[in-house]
Design a protein around this ligand. Structure first.
Ligand code: AMP
Length: 448
């Protein structure tokens, strides 16, 4: 691997020296989040933060890179993520480093490393940030994607799972996202899951001719994954597979029942989905997913569940935990489809003609910006026609016109671009008057 690194560094030098001027494209599976879209992201982030704080969750920020063994140990060696999707490379000392494919393992590492359990075993966190998985890129599936993670440590009761599902539903409601459906299942625990795995393996052996090559490979080491394969033949073959809900031990059954009655009590509708499993090994008991029909094949907007053994697996005390991850990119896509245009438009465009007017206008836009009003102008000499065109294009709500005539007469013209009403305003104490007018007419800006 070191040789590989050396030669890639030589390649970097060669690339830098190149006189090539062709356009450089972003990496496959990565994407830019452009203005126009980014406002939706900011809106989601603000609504999510406010909601999490309403429920007592604290923000935690964890690194983007971790030691590879953190993910290998927690996510599981036999999972798709660890087997083939991680961005792993040696750093200069040869330590293996991985760009985080998910956040839960890091949050657990942090909980253990900083002994947060000593202060209070019950801790509630959220974090927002990018994850990296080298999956096959397609719509709704990226190699750098973003997640909003929420975790509760130290609570064994299914009430904690219920509150997370309720939180997700409330977030969707606050964002005006209607087309989502909660799916819930239990994955059992180390006591009852092995029995189910055996029954499932026997079943899979009976349909092994009908399932895809990936599932045939997975069936021995990770038979649960065959249950959620999206290939139509696999779905058909697994339709009559045994249900884990018939194999749960008494405690798991009781906890799953508690989850359901609590969700009923909270008026959260859900689908009992016996085929719902998670791609990560550390999940136990309650597992859930929020699915939508708005996004085609990539229907999962959020997924989560209980991971009671992970803290211990990472060297901490026996601490139950539960959490979820929202696919930010996917949520943003639905909010963008269903939501309003959140991009901020100028409150005022100043069409200035001539050097003197332009200098005045420049002072005005700075002063208005300072007072919380977004004002635009052209810094270069442009005809009135082209300035009005730009004011239209950027959808300014008002235009202020100032030129030789206005300077002579001592009053400027203010035009409301939606009503087309226009009036003259004397220039003395202009800022004061403008602020008053714009405040009165400004629609309250959408919570950003
Ligand atoms: P997971 O961490 O695999 O349980 O995924 C949680 C959520 O993250 C999923 O429900 C998706 O919404 C989102 N997600 C996972 N992988 C990707 C990806 N490659 N691109 C975009 N979103 C993803």
């Amino acid at each position: 691997m070191w040789d590989g690194m050396a030669s890639s560094q030589e390649r970097i030098l060669r690339v830098n020296c190149s006189r090539d001027r062709t356009m450089i494209q972003l990496i496959r599976g990565f994407k830019d989040i452009l203005p126009g879209e980014v406002e939706t992201w900011q809106h989601i982030e603000n609504v999510a933060r406010a909601l999490f704080q309403d429920f007592g969750f604290k923000e935690i920020r964890i690194p983007i890179m971790e030691r590879t063994e953190l993910f290998a140990r927690s996510i599981g060696e036999d999972t798709d993520i660890v087997e083939k999707e991680m961005y792993t490379f040696p750093d200069r000392k040869g330590d293996l480093i991985t760009l985080r494919p998910e956040a839960t393992a890091s949050i657990c590492r942090s909980y253990v490393q900083h002994k947060m359990y000593a202060e209070d075993p019950i801790q509630k966190f959220y974090t927002i940030g990018p994850m990296f998985r080298r999956e096959r890129p397609q719509k709704g599936r990226y190699r750098q994607f973003y997640q909003i993670n929420v975790e509760i440590f130290g609570v064994l009761s299914a009430l904690a799972d219920a509150v997370l599902i309720f939180l997700l539903k409330t977030l969707c409601e606050r964002l005006g996202v209607a087309d989502v459906e909660a799916h819930v299942n239990s994955l059992g625990c180390p006591d009852c899951r092995p029995g189910f795995k055996n029954r499932l393996q026997t079943y899979i052996a009976s349909v092994s001719q009908k399932i895809c090559a990936d599932c045939r490979r997975r069936k021995d080491r990770n038979p649960l994954r065959v249950l959620d394969c999206k290939v139509p033949d696999c779905r058909a073959a697994m339709a009559d597979a045994p249900s884990i809900l018939d194999c749960l031990c008494d405690i798991c059954r009781h906890e799953f029942q508690l989850l359901q009655t609590t969700l009923d009590g909270l008026n959260v509708p859900y689908v009992l989905d016996k085929h719902l499993v998670r791609g990560l090994d550390y999940y136990t008991r309650a597992t859930f997913e929020f699915q939508t029909r708005s996004l085609g094949a990539q229907s999962a907007v959020a997924g989560g569940g209980r991971y009671d053994k992970l803290v211990q697996l990472l060297g901490g005390p026996d601490t139950p935990a539960t959490g979820f991850a929202i696919g930010f990119d996917r949520l943003a896509e639905i909010v963008q489809i269903q939501g309003p245009d959140l991009q901020r438009k100028p409150d005022l465009y100043i069409a200035a003609m001539g050097d003197k007017s332009r200098a005045l206008a420049f002072g005005w836009i700075c002063e208005l910006g300072k007072q919380g009003f977004y004002a635009e102008m052209d810094f270069q000499d442009k005809s009135l026609k082209s300035q009005m065109k730009r004011a239209h294009r950027i959808r300014a709500s008002h235009v202020l016109m100032v030129g030789e005539n206005e300077l002579r007469s001592g009053s400027v013209t203010l035009r409301n671009m939606s009503t087309k009403n226009q009036d003259d305003i004397p220039m003395d104490r202009l800022m004061e008057k403008l602020v008053k007018r714009l405040s009165a007419e400004k629609k309250p800006h959408k919570e950003m």
